[in-house]
Design a binder for this molecule. Structure first.
Ligand SMILES: O=C(O)C1=C[C@@H](OP(=O)(O)O)[C@@H](O)[C@H](O)C1
Ligand SMILES: C=C(OP(=O)(O)O)C(=O)O
Length: 435
């Protein structure tokens, strides 16, 4: 049990450089491994999920060295991976599992993927189905891990996606690179496009139609190694953006954050709620628009979110619940049933944990209803991340609104995506209030 920091007297202050983007760190490793030449990454996210991708690629015969945030990948080309000597452990990472399935679907050997107890309950049929249509042989255990992938010569595919998922889209793209003709994917809704952007930088021919939902992939590219600096992770910045918005007197600045529009749903939502945010564009890093974000505390209005709003804010919805619980009215989040198949059932966990703080939140099948006008009052001081990193960090931010001491069970789950979270939070709580 970890003690959480309670209500700070003077709010959050200061400037913070946020660790590298998790989604891009995974993809840069994978695409670097499939390229020719040596790829160098700076500001790589050293968190458990990205290290699962790194170790899996090493086990597939890719020499990778890693010194803090700097990574060197000796690319083996699209056909240069080798059979691993053991099953590959994906840990807690859905991104590692689904993206590597796309890569392994077209290799010349068989691989078995396993994961921790949470990952072993997450749906994998969504990647098996399109890749099997391309000719891969993939066996699941009742729809889940363990999964055995027997790589084959892949056929091109035209695939209409039944779910809005960047992981599934990326798995198909990575399979399509190894196919015998051009493939087309039509997304249900546009999702994060880091795979497409990075592949274009490494030299692949990926066309995105004007509707932003139709992607055409030319097969068998010669990918060329790159030197990249990974931008700060918007999904990590989101914890402090939320904290500074809801804790009175706060004023913070977060630097070099990825402002890719497929990831900035929280900023749009906060603007609609009356948040006090100011962006300064800084150009591009790793093919992504980046900028500084200045946030001050604000009086918030309630919000209504529906399915089309969800992909750009999917990992930040636990924080939207906190914003809504601090707003002066009733908010409704719907169309977010994907939250039920993340590291935990996030709809159930958010609801039960926030109810411990007296927050007026009601679970819906695909979201929640929150009345921010009800005063928060602690009913249970023992909070629990349920071993879900984003739930744990969201609860640490919620604690900043509360005077009573709170404890967090399973706090180490935050190492999945943000091992320096508590240090960074502390930095914003100890800065002078000069800003
Ligand atoms: O592609 C990615 O890097 C991710 C996509 C999203 O998952 P889905 O594709 O399952 O929606 C997101 O929730 C996850 O944290 C990272
Ligand atoms: C859902 C997440 O990650 P993954 O799917 O890669 O486990 C997350 O980081 O919130």
């Amino acid at each position: 049990m970890m003690n959480l920091q309670s209500q700070p007297r003077y709010g959050l202050h200061g400037t913070l450089n946020i660790p590298g983007d998790k989604s891009i760190s995974h993809r840069a490793l994978i695409i670097g491994a499939l390229s020719h030449g040596t790829t160098h990454l700076e500001h790589f996210l050293q968190a458990e999920d990205c290290l699962s991708t790194l170790s899996a690629l090493q086990a597939l015969g890719v020499p990778i060295t890693h010194e803090k945030e700097t990574v060197t990948i000796h690319g083996q080309g699209l056909t240069g991976l080798t059979a691993p000597k053991h099953t590959l452990n994906m840990g807690n990472s859905g991104t590692t599992t689904r993206l590597l399935t796309g890569v392994l679907a077209g290799q010349t050997f068989t691989t078995t993927l396993i994961g921790d107890s949470s990952l072993s309950q997450r749906p994998m049929e969504r990647v098996r189905h399109p890749l099997n249509q391309m000719g891969a042989h993939i066996n699941l255990t009742a729809g889940h891990l363990p999964m055995t992938i027997s790589g084959q010569n892949l056929r091109a595919i035209t695939y209409q996606m039944p779910v809005a998922s960047a992981q599934v889209k990326s798995a198909i793209i990575l399979g399509a690179l190894q196919a015998q003709g051009p493939s087309t994917i039509v997304e249900l809704l546009p999702t994060r496009d880091h795979t497409e952007r990075l592949l274009q930088i490494f030299g692949a021919d990926i066309q995105i139609a004007q509707d932003k939902r139709t992607i055409t992939i030319q097969p068998q590219p010669q990918l060329a190694a790159q030197d990249l600096i990974i931008p700060g992770d918007m999904s990590s910045a989101a914890f402090f953006i939320t904290a500074a918005s809801i804790v009175p007197n706060s004023h913070i600045k977060l630097t070099k954050i990825n402002l890719n529009p497929t990831r900035t749903g929280l900023l749009s939502v906060l603007k609609r709620m009356g948040g006090n945010i100011h962006l300064t564009a800084l150009g591009q890093m790793a093919g992504e628009p980046v900028g500084d974000i200045d946030v001050k505390a604000a009086t918030l209005k309630p919000i209504q979110l529906t399915a089309t709003d969800i992909p750009a804010i999917i990992d930040e919805l636990p924080l939207v619940a906190l914003l809504a619980a601090s707003a002066n009215g009733i908010s409704k989040i719907s169309g977010a049933s994907e939250l039920r198949v993340k590291e935990t059932d996030r709809i159930a966990c958010i609801t039960s944990e926030l109810q411990k703080l007296g927050i007026n939140i009601k679970e819906l099948p695909d979201g929640f209803l929150i009345d921010g006008r009800t005063a928060w009052s602690v009913r249970n001081q023992q909070l629990d991340s349920h071993k879900d990193h984003r739930i744990g960090m969201m609860l640490a931010i919620a604690a900043l609104k509360i005077a009573a001491p709170l404890k967090l069970n399973h706090a180490s789950a935050i190492n999945i995506s943000y091992p320096t979270f508590f240090q960074d939070l502390q930095e914003l709580l100890t800065k002078e209030t000069s800003s």
